[in-house]
Design a protein around this ligand. Structure first.
Ligand code: GDP
Ligand code: GDP
Length: 437
């Protein structure tokens, strides 16, 4: 199930990003550490009272050279399109403005639940100043203070009460969900058409809810069922904001979240760009299966070294994706494209692989025999037992005497031993160290 989405809207300087950061908290990103990728703070996972959701700060989506009011309106439109619940932020210090009223009207007509927050209510005395905001017609205003972290609990309590109920349709685990992710013009639409145009693929649209309406179901020659998750903007181009980079990144992140396997599409003619790394990093962190597809392979001059050189560049630029298979294809000539469904299937299978504890512990024991555990200040790391606790991605817990003694490089070594023994191609795996109780 896709996680519910809360979108934050409002004119500049009311405190949207302050409140976004409060809600999201300080999550440490593995990929930022590893690869120096900095993440735009426009979309992030969050949690309140055990409910997981995503938050969008629409204020971070800059829409070209449009005039100020037009930008806010388009941001509001994005919120209406993407969100389950909208938090509309105003500021008690600047009072009501025309822009507030115009946005309020759009939200009012949207049929989405809208919560009106009045920010910068930094002390209780200021609470009486919020009554003017009833005039917006969006119900009771919530006084909050982003910088002091006040009132956000009540706001979130209310927001999560609007989330769709969770027991909606049990999803069929055997259906493989995947998406093509990549910058504009890398050839995503062409790949989709080439894949669906294959004679042996049976297309059988389409999932029920509005949000999923652009997804495509099909059955491959192997008999396996797939759902291709479309990032709007591939099929449905048009609105001004859909061409902005930040919005396309946002759509990509949303599609990744709903996918089991992410097919990261690169353009052989252009090589690797920053945005590719950012998006791939997100897929990695989210624990998704990843395949790297180099498209337009027909369009470049090749000699015997071209493929090897390209592969080396990819391995260098996406160092944390060392497990991802790389396929060089052409949507135009269909070169090697017929290998893709089987590869997606394989990666999906590897994501769900479960290793028996007895086998796993033999592997770890062998690994330790070959390369003894590290010591620190005369104390040696002792590994008692290892067990797999999750799939998608496969996650292993190593029980030890003292987790502090597990050096990063040793954890990496164990991960590599696990990878050498079992086929986890295409999927990240996680190795977590815990103290044995
Ligand atoms: P955005 O443009 O809507 O994302 O607004 P920002 O989050 O960047 O905040 C704009 C300014 O308002 C910054 O200087 C913040 O420090 C300030 N600000 C944000 N929240 C509060 C608040 O609760 N009280 C006060 N006094 N200032 C705030
Ligand atoms: P999208 O924006 O990622 O969906 O990219 P499109 O599928 O719209 O393709 C962008 C352009 O690249 C179009 O002009 C396509 O005809 C062209 N294109 C796509 N795939 C290939 C390919 O494999 N080889 C060549 N030479 N051109 C391609």
């Amino acid at each position: 199930m896709a996680k519910p989405v809360i979108a934050i809207v409002g004119r500049p300087n009311v405190g949207k990003s302050t409140i976004f950061n409060r809600i999201v908290g300080d999550r440490i990103s593995i990929v930022e550490d590893v690869s120096g990728v900095t993440r735009d703070r426009i979309y992030a996972p969050a949690e309140w009272l055990g409910k997981e959701f995503s938050v969008i700060d629409t204020g971070g989506i800059d829409i070209g050279d449009e005039p100020f009011l037009e930008q806010i309106k388009q941001q509001a439109e994005i919120a209406i399109e993407e969100a389950d619940v909208i938090i509309f932020i105003t500021s008690v210090r600047e009072r009501l403005t025309d822009a507030d009223e115009q946005v309020a009207q759009m939200l009012y007509r949207s049929n989405k639940p809208v919560l009106l927050a009045v920010n910068k209510v930094d002390n209780p005395e200021m609470r009486t100043d919020i009554f003017d905001f009833y005039a917006l017609g969006l119900g009771e205003p919530y006084p909050v203070s982003g910088s002091h972290g006040l009132g956000l609990g009540d706001l979130l309590d209310k927001a999560i009460s609007y989330f769709p109920s969770e027991q909606e349709a049990d999803e069929d685990e055997s259906i493989i969900k995947f998406s093509f992710i990549g910058r504009p013009n890398v050839g995503k639409s062409s790949l989709i058409n080439a894949l669906l145009g294959e004679e042996r693929v049976i297309v059988s649209n389409v999932a029920g809810t509005t949000r999923d309406a652009i997804d495509t179901s099909f059955t491959a020659a192997s008999g396996s069922e797939f759902v291709m998750i479309d990032t709007a903007g591939i099929r449905k181009k048009g609105k001004v904001y859909e061409n902005t980079e930040k919005y396309s990144v946002l759509r990509a992140l949303r599609a990744i979240e709903r996918s089991d396997v992410v097919v990261m599409v690169l353009n052989a003619e252009e090589g690797i760009r920053e945005q590719d790394k950012k998006v791939a990093g997100y897929a990695h962190e989210a624990g998704k299966g990843v395949i790297i597809l180099v498209n337009k392979w027909d369009a470049i001059e090749k000699d015997t070294n071209t493929l090897k050189k390209f592969e080396e560049d990819i391995r260098h630029e996406f160092a944390y994706l060392s497990y991802a298979p790389i396929l060089f294809v052409s949507a135009l000539t269909k070169q090697r494209l017929n290998q893709l469904p089987a590869l997606i299937e394989k990666v999906s299978r590897n994501q769900k692989l479960r290793i028996q504890s007895s086998t796993l512990n033999e592997v770890i024991l062998d690994a330790v025999a070959m390369n003894p555990t590290p010591t620190d200040k005369g104390r040696r790391l002792k590994i008692y037992y290892t067990t797999q606790v999750a799939i998608k991605p496969p996650t292993f817990v190593v029980f030890v005497n003292d987790p502090e003694l597990m050096h990063f490089s040793y954890a990496r070594y164990l991960e590599n031993r696990i990878r050498d023994t079992f086929d986890f191609e295409g999927t990240p795996i996680r190795v977590v160290t815990r103290k044995r109780k």
